[in-house]
Design a protein around this ligand. Structure first.
Ligand SMILES: Cc1cc2nc3c(=O)[nH]c(=O)nc-3n(C[C@H](O)[C@H](O)[C@H](O)COP(=O)(O)OP(=O)(O)OC[C@H]3O[C@@H](n4cnc5c(N)ncnc54)[C@H](O)[C@@H]3O)c2cc1C
Length: 405
């Protein structure tokens, strides 16, 4: 097996549990699960109780749905709790370890694999693979490993500093696999710093619409609702992450800061407030309605001074409502693979069986983020990594022992 991330660790554990001997886990890093240990802002959002294929993208809808039904979030939690962990779902359905420490999830696997005496070969980067007479040979810088079943669990190329640098795609291509176009997903979008001035650190719930411009015509792309977080020179948060893979330089994000209140209602409230307090500063007029930093940004866009009196700006109120409900931000790029959480695209799922065995090379299995499967933010990507790892392990165990559990 190549790669000791979420998918590889689960696959190795399951093989050990099924009594498969002579399994070797190669990992280029000096320790296992480096990415797993930092997930969910260090808290380890391992799954989501709203699991379903609708939260995934890629070329293998049916296969993904079937695997997630068999290796569901309930299955995963049970597995992890049997290893000694304790897990809970928060209000939005995200499943975390009770420790709120992602590294403790890695530890569960580490302890269990040590218990099974699973040989780990750390600091071993697979450089080349080949298959001759039914035997795979994995070449690293210093060793050659031979096996009849090989699992590629090398991850994608998001946040390569954790180990998955895209080399898995090259290994899959050595067996003739097609890799669909790759792009960073669940990634921060960069935006004009002038528009974002003063907003750094503000988090709010918005409806976000991604708009593309084709021949100067707006093509409304994806619309989603959720958290938006303004950062230094960019925007992130769940809602932005969800559409980030589709965004490119020159696109526009349209934010509705008051998604539950219609334009007319917002205007009515502002007018009533302005009439009641004609001397109120424009900035205070928007207070309580939106975060004060958002209010200031809206006023800047309307070219209204923050200390202008309410009576003076009554004509501007419809324009202010327009910016509260349709605050546009030009996208100037993304943070790229270097800072993305996942890779969109990967090994074409149509080239894998429902057990994730390669249709190009018998005995080769491809799991985790290396596959053309990417999930939404919220625990879906780790769940896929764990589910796919277990699926391949069971298929291997069955092919070796001819038994089912
Ligand atoms: C900062 C961050 C936060 C995230 N938070 C979440 C979250 O909260 N919830 C969620 O669901 N998802 C989250 N994700 C996504 C999730 O971590 C990945 O989708 C998941 O880890 C993929 O698992 P994997 O085993 O396929 O790949 P990886 O976890 O990337 O593991 C692949 C392993 O293979 C090794 N490897 C690669 N190439 C070779 C080679 N040639 N030879 C030997 N070893 C190799 C790598 O070093 C690595 O250890 C997050 C990602 C990031 C970057």
């Amino acid at each position: 097996m190549i790669g000791a991330g979420a998918a590889g660790l689960m696959c190795a554990l399951r093989l050990a549990e099924r009594g498969v001997k002579n399994c070797v886990l190669l990992e280029r890093n000096e320790r296992v699960g480096r990415k797993l240990s930092v997930t969910g802002n260090g808290q380890g959002n391992v799954s989501n109780i709203r699991l379903g294929a609708a939260h995934y993208f890629g070329s293998g809808e049916e296969t993904v749905a079937a695997i997630l039904r068999r290796y569901s979030e309930e299955w995963l939690i049970k597995q992890l709790e049997e290893l000694g962990g304790l897990f809970f779902a928060d209000g939005s359905g995200r499943v975390y370890p009770a420790s709120r420490q992602a590294s403790s999830v890695t530890d569960l696997f580490r302890f269990a694999l040590e218990g099974y005496g699973m040989p780990l070969r750390l600091g071993e980067k697979a450089l080349r693979v080949e298959k001759n007479d039914g035997v795979f040979c994995v070449h690293t810088e210093s060793n050659d490993y031979f096996c009849r079943r090989l699992v590629l669990a090398c991850g994608g190329m998001a946040s390569p500093h954790f180990g998955a640098d895209g080399s898995g795609y090259a290994l899959a291509k050595m067996f003739g696999h097609t890799v669909t176009p790759l792009s960073p997903s669940l990634v921060r979008l960069r935006a004009d710093p002038q528009i974002l001035r003063g907003l750094k650190g503000v988090r709010c719930e918005c409806v976000v619409t991604l708009r593309h411009f084709i021949d100067k015509t707006i093509d409304a792309g994806a619309t989603t609702r959720g958290d938006v977080l303004f950062t230094d020179g960019g925007i992130s948060g769940d809602a932005v992450f969800r559409i980030s893979a589709f965004a490119k330089t020159g696109d526009e994000l349209m934010l509705d800061f008051l998604p539950d209140i219609g334009d007319e209602e917002v205007l009515r409230v502002l007018r009533a407030k302005a009439e009641r307090y004609p001397d109120m500063r424009a900035e205070d007029l928007l207070r309580v309605i939106v975060h004060s930093a958002v209010g200031k940004a809206v006023l800047r866009r309307c070219k209204v001074a923050a200390d202008e009196r309410a009576a003076v700006i009554s004509q501007m109120l419809p324009r202010m409502v327009c910016f509260l409900k349709k605050f546009t931000v030009a996208v100037t790029g993304t943070d790229g693979f270097a800072n993305a959480q996942v890779t969109k695209g990967g090994v074409d799922m149509r080239e894998l069986t429902s057990a994730l065995e390669s249709k190009k090379a018998h005995g080769l299995y491809i799991v985790g983020e290396l596959c053309d499967v990417d999930g939404e933010c919220g625990g879906y990507n780790l769940q896929w990594a764990f589910s796919s790892g277990a699926c391949a392990a069971d298929a291997i165990a069955e092919s070796l022992c001819g038994s089912r559990t």
